[in-house]
Design a protein around this ligand. Sequence first.
Ligand SMILES: [Zn+2]
Length: 387
Amino acid sequence: MQYYLSKATCFENGYDIFKLNIEKNTLSKLPEFYKYILNSWDDLNKNVRPEPTSIKEVSIQPIFNNNLIRHNGRKLDFKLFQSSGIKYVYDIIYYVKPGFIPFHSVNDIINDDSYTYDIDKILKYFQIIISSIPESWRVIIENQCFDNTCNTGYDVVFKINDVLVKSNELTSKFFYKVLLKNYVSEPTSYSYWKKNNINANWPFVWKSVFRNYKNHKSIDLDFKIAHNIVWTMEKLHKVNVVITNMCPVCKSEVEDIFHMFIECNCLSNLIALLKEIINDILKHKINDNDFKSVLLLGIQSTIKTSHVELCDVVLSAARQTIYKRRMIVLDKINYRLNIISLFKNQLKDNLYYLSKYFKNKNKFIDNFINPSLLIVYDYDENIILDF
Ligand SMILES: [Zn+2]
């Protein structure tokens, strides 16, 4: 990053960039990845960076391209000063007494023996710099003395709700949280499910989608369902990819996400079986509308975790089965499959995967076997589905 920044700006030190607001034309010279980083930093800066309050903090401020130093609303950018090494407030103040250095000192720095610049121009720029420095900083500069005991090392400090956050506390998690708060927008699926009377407790839904022991295919499908981005025939038809929006399995109704996973006539046996299994695990009956939500988005309650985890495994296996069957039918139009057998195989596969995933056998049995009377684990470690 330093390489690109030194090409695009006059600042070579990596830290300097965190004190600046980068101009759009500077950003355009950087690779996309760095643009994202710097744009995010810029946004963080605007929101939470506090004003400097001591001579040390004022002195390390860059003079140019600094959002806090403006002339007629515009940030300063005098290449003549920058190329002569005048970059920070530190470069235009006295070291041993308060105040700015006089103009002739600035002129001496810029006009060395090799080339002579227009002295009126330098004076004009210097006056602009002095007048653009915020009033509160000028008071500090004119009253506080910068001496060698001032540490010029830069410490990034943020201010959130009047609490100062020091550089050693600025972790990735910290920035992630700040950016999340400022920029996260609600997924469009939230309003879709709400409109269709599907109540979702989203933190629980995402927890269920991303359970670390789930296989990646399962996570992928559950994620797409939660975001309502599964390519149903209705959606494909809307974008002119297919000629019909009808369900490829029953061929009698439009295939939206509800039809695909719940309402298709060809799913009735499986759905009835699923209700039986889920009721058996939870030991209470779920009403039909809640079951829709459970089948699509998982169990969303705080009841005993192990029971919820097994329900999620069963439901993920069911979604995978339904989707897989539908894809097979789409490929081989008249192919006949027993969806219950397909589901049993899928569930067994998922459970065997978990039995290998959990090194602690007892934990596996407690979480994924014991909560249901319909799932049995025999002495030879075979999983038997009693339905
Ligand atoms: Zn159908």
